[in-house]
Ligand binder design. Structure first.
Ligand code: F0G
Length: 482
């Protein structure tokens, strides 16, 4: 269906679905939010969902399901071995990606665990356009290291580059020459590159990078978790894809890769994951890891109900009306904030709107986690829960010093089919207010710092009484009850 045109209104993103089931929201007053933030150790992962008005932490496992998905969940086939639900999913994945061999796993990081366990040896290198936290943690856990080869321009926050997730082919050749092809476990390309702002990868780049990998005998792996957003951008931003269907683009991308895995918490609008392996021998060499870590080969730690929902979700991910909604809402948010002067990652990508904390709160030193502090400020001034995607989400260097992230972002995720445009307007409004009062925001420091994936469970405190001062200023403008 074409984009909706208006008679007397600027074009706005349209919901191509209607709401059938709702969840009531509450907005705690600012004083109570301050209390909750302290109890959560200034870590938005530690907040209770009931204390949040706009949960924009992630798009993972919180996308709205469709009536057809729910209907599918009513007819699963429950069996430890040989579940028909699994075979239905396998057939659908083969129809879409053209690969039959399927290893189910309970979510994306479980796939990453299996891949790393199978391929990474101490000293090995894994090539990526850009890392994702869990993918990298499994590789470093096994003594491997990650080389990020995204183009330099991909890391420029304000830009009009359409495919910021593209790998730099010169860097790729140089990296393989330096590491030696035998020392490279695999090359992983993330479609819809999460940590640089959900930025897409062009079909051209997938093709070129995989050709280089193939030439050197390196296994190519597609992380398709954010593929649905990527496909939308291929279709609207890439000349070659303009007249292709979403299914054709998907198959063309898939055809480049030896292995495809995904988190179905994103791709498939449900909760699960799977690894598709083109080569039979390679597939069989990985099979035993599924029963060891996940569950039997026909459920992989997932509920059969979720498997049925995923299968319907994969089909829905092939529809432009479905996959366009997230990127269009994100684009709207990014443009409104950008117009106001709020530093955001441009062009808008998938997954969510990304605020550049390095610029937004440039007075906070990197070691005091600017993006972490700004994430807390958004909660204090609006009940909005975003996610820090910067230095706090990194792990320290072996000598204990901070590894300063190349991008210091607050992600305001837009889970698919969940929020309405008025809710998005509320978020834009509150972010503008915080921007105008940014000088009131200070830093954070750890009081409990786990060694791995510290952003999930770490506890922090403010370096001064800035949260109290910020809340006072907020109440002066909005009153006691907002
Ligand atoms: N790959 C990408 C690109 C992801 O964004 C994620 C998860 C994973 C793999 C891991 O999948 O969560 O199912 O284990 N991203 C979530 C997020 C956590 O909030 O961005 P998972």
């Amino acid at each position: 269906m074409p984009a909706i045109k208006f008679y007397d209104h600027e074009p706005i993103p349209m919901e191509m679905h209607k709401v059938k089931i709702v969840q009531q929201l509450t907005l705690l007053p600012a004083d109570q939010r301050l209390q909750k933030m302290k109890e959560a150790g200034f870590n938005t992962f530690q907040l209770h969902n009931g204390d949040i008005f706009m949960d924009m932490l992630t798009d993972s496992g919180v996308n709205a399901m469709s009536d057809k998905q729910l209907a599918g969940m009513m007819t699963p086939d429950d069996a430890y071995a040989g579940s028909e639900s699994f075979y239905r999913m396998q057939d659908k994945l083969e129809e879409i990606f053209g690969i039959k061999n399927c290893l189910p796993a309970h979510q994306g990081r479980a796939c990453e665990n299996i891949l790393a366990t199978r391929f990474v040896k101490p000293g090995n290198c894994v090539i990526m356009n850009y890392h994702f936290t869990t993918a990298k943690a499994h590789i470093t856990r096994l003594g491997g290291h990650v080389e990020e080869l995204v183009k330099d321009e991909g890391l420029v926050s304000h830009s009009d580059l359409p495919f910021k997730g593209d790998i730099d082919i010169d860097k790729l050749e140089a990296c393989i020459a330096k590491e030696g092809a035998d020392n490279v476990s695999f090359m992983r390309i993330e479609s819809g590159t999460n940590l640089i702002g959900g930025q897409p990868v062009s079909l051209k780049s997938f093709r070129e990078a995989c050709a280089v990998a193939k030439k050197h005998g390196i296994i190519s792996v597609l992380d398709a978790s954010l593929l649905q957003d990527n496909l939308y951008f291929n279709k609207i931003r890439e000349e070659e894809c303009k007249d292709m269907t979403i299914r054709e683009i998907t198959r063309e991308i898939a055809d480049q890769f030896d292995i495809i895995y995904f988190s179905a918490r994103k791709f498939g609008f449900a909760r699960g994951g799977a690894i598709l392996v083109r080569d039979d021998d390679l597939f069989h060499s990985m099979e035993d890891l599924v029963p060891m870590f996940e569950g039997f080969l026909t459920y992989g730690g997932m509920s059969v109900r979720e498997i049925e929902a995923m299968t319907v979700g994969f089909d829905e991910s092939m529809e432009m009306d479905v996959i366009s909604q997230g990127p269009q809402f994100i684009d709207y948010t990014v443009k409104r904030l950008d117009e106001y002067g709020v530093p955001v990652i441009t062009p808008g990508g998938g997954l969510g709107a990304h605020v550049d904390a390095t610029e937004f709160v440039s007075h906070i030193p990197s070691e005091e986690y600017p993006a972490g502090a700004l994430t807390c400020a958004f909660y204090l001034c609006g009940g909005i829960r975003g996610m820090e995607r910067g230095t706090l989400s990194e792990e320290r260097n072996p000598d204990g010093s901070e590894r300063i992230a190349s991008m210091e972002l607050v992600r305001l995720a837009l889970p698919r089919r969940v929020f309405t445009l008025s809710q998005v307007e509320y978020v834009i409004d509150r972010v503008k207010w915080v921007f105008d009062h940014r000088h009131l925001i200070g830093g954070l420091r750890f009081v409990h710092e786990p060694a791995t994936l510290r952003f999930f469970t770490g506890r922090l405190e403010a370096t001064s009484d800035w949260p109290e001062k910020l809340v006072e200023a907020f109440k002066a403008d909005f009153g006691e009850d907002q």
